[in-house]
Write a protein that binds this ligand. Structure first.
Ligand SMILES: NC(=O)c1ccc[n+]([C@@H]2O[C@H](COP(=O)([O-])OP(=O)(O)OC[C@H]3O[C@@H](n4cnc5c(N)ncnc54)[C@H](OP(=O)(O)O)[C@@H]3O)[C@@H](O)[C@H]2O)c1
Length: 322
């Protein structure tokens, strides 16, 4: 990739200028059930501070991650720094209360207020409607519902822009088509192992929305390898998927390219994708991520990867995390 691989670009049609990578703070929520490992507060704070001193000064968190723990730790880092550095970008997400699964407007309002307190800020660049598959479209869009609550915070200037960040592609498309959102986050569905979010990316980018592609490593398998982390999208990876990771590793090995670099650049090289959200929980990951992002990858590597037959999981109909 060229030297300008980390050049900032507009976030869709907003006036925000963002780097092509953001630091995903789900692991910082210390979610052992999701990632199967624990993350210390010390590592979390160091990761955020290192990110904010780097070219990838874009923080992605959510009220759901550790039910506030990720935001609390990001907030501790921001307090140590005396606030968000100039030019850095902070975004979070609001949705259900994980204790009750309530996804009402009141819940979203209460949790947004908590996010502001935990993060120690009075402005959020972008807030996403999170995992809207946990509610239904009519309830979410109803008067007093979560979308209206987020819009009113946007109108007051507390939130800069609204986005949608769900799982299933059909849910994402329903919200995209309202025209109310400036950005969309896809996750685990546009990677070397699964490209089922293709229609979401196509529609959103045609509309001029910012497209953020989260989890380029499929939650870790494409960075740590299937021996260390045989999971995809927060669950055990299928045998076919693990076999495919071995095929991909073999191709990368022959070109002397780390698999993680190919996995990251698979997302970054797509001109429709504004930003790739990479989860990490150690300060040294920032430098490693920048090295993966700027690594030269021969065109023939992509030709070989493109020639691999699609995996069953690539079919949205059989996609078990759909
Ligand atoms: N609905 C949504 O909006 C949604 C859904 C999913 C994800 N997201 C966002 O997107 C982010 C990314 O997703 P993700 O974190 O689930 O998955 P991911 O980015 O595919 O992978 C994260 C995993 O990769 C590992 N990793 C990162 N860099 C590495 C490196 N240089 N070497 C070795 N391992 C490395 C991390 O390990 P360490 O922890 O050891 O650093 C972590 O286990 C999330 O954190 C979250 O902010 C949003």
């Amino acid at each position: 990739m060229a030297q300008d691989a980390l050049a900032r670009r507009p976030l869709g049609q907003t006036a925000l200028s963002v780097p092509p990578i953001s630091v995903g703070c789900a692991p910082l929520g210390d979610m052992k059930d999701t990632f199967l490992y624990s993350v210390s507060e010390e590592d979390a704070i160091a990761t955020v501070k290192t990110a904010l001193a780097s070219p990838i000064d874009y923080i992605d968190t959510a009220a759901l991650y550790g039910d506030g723990e990720s935001e609390r730790r990001v907030g501790l880092a921001l307090r140590e720094l005396g606030g968000l550095p100039d030019g850095a970008i902070l975004q979070t997400k609001q949705g259900r209360d994980p204790k009750t699964n309530d996804y009402s407007g009141e819940t979203v309002k209460r949790r947004l207020e908590r996010s502001l307190q935990l993060l120690g800020v009075d402005h959020l660049h972008v807030v996403y409607l999170h995992d809207a598959e946990w509610t239904n479209f009519n309830d979410a869009m109803a008067p007093g519902g979560p979308v209206e609550v987020l819009r009113s915070y946007r109108d007051q200037g507390v939130i800069g822009h609204l986005g949608v960040a769900s799982g299933p592609n059909d849910v994402e498309l329903q919200y995209i088509e309202t025209g109310l959102f400036d950005a969309v986050i896809t996750h685990n569905r546009y990677t070397l192992l699964n490209t089922s979010a293709e229609p979401v990316i196509a529609v959103a980018s045609r509309r001029g929305m910012a497209v953020l592609n989260a989890a380029p490593y499929g939650s870790g398998i494409l960075a740590k390898g299937p021996e260390a982390y045989p999971r995809y999208c927060y669950q055990q990876a299928s045998e076919e998927m693990i076999a495919r990771v071995h095929d991909l590793s073999g191709i990368c090995y022959r070109y002397d390219v780390p698999l993680a670099a190919a996995a990251l650049q698979f997302s970054m090289r797509d001109p429709r994708i504004t930003n790739t959200i990479v989860g990490m929980s150690r300060p040294e990951r920032i430098e490693q991520t920048i090295a993966f992002a700027t690594r030269d990858i021969p065109a023939d590597l992509w030709v070989e990867i493109d020639a691999l037959p699609p995996l069953p999981a690539d079919d949205p109909e059989t996609n078990r995390w759909k």
